[in-house]
Design a protein around this ligand. Structure first.
Ligand SMILES: [Zn+2]
Length: 125
């Protein structure tokens, strides 16, 4: 297994982790909102309904965003992979092909144009 494949696997695992952490919280918020929607008696007013909404929606949005990001990492994640792999010297940002010694302007493996920053990593530290 190449380093690139390992990195992709890692991104997927982080996606699963994020989903695992956020989806139960989304369900919990949805559940608590649904529970508060049910009229509980003469004491419940439209004011408490609004409060329930305002107190639940931020959490729902937050965990929803986390779940969405986790899902993105799980099923795609290509932007993240590109961004991080672009930092790795001499590797194609799309397929991870080793570009050391390759003089072509595009990747021989997947035909992605090679950026100069990927071909020549800065020598200084
Ligand atoms: Zn490539």
């Amino acid at each position: 297994m190449s380093e690139f494949a390992w990195f992709k696997l890692l991104v997927r695992l982080v996606g699963i982790l994020l989903l695992g952490l956020s989806v139960p919280m989304v369900l919990w918020h949805v559940g608590s909102l649904a529970a508060q929607m049910i009229p509980s008696g003469p004491m419940s007013t439209s004011g408490s309904m609004e409060y329930a909404l305002y107190s639940t929606v931020p959490g729902l949005l937050g965990y929803g965003a986390q779940a969405a990001f986790g899902w993105y990492l799980l099923v795609r994640g290509d932007w993240v992979i590109r961004k991080v792999l672009a930092e790795i010297h001499g590797r194609c940002a799309v397929c991870g092909f080793d570009l050391t010694g390759v003089k072509a302007t595009s990747c021989p493996e997947c035909n992605t144009p090679v950026r100069k920053s990927e071909q020549k990593a800065p020598e200084h530290t």
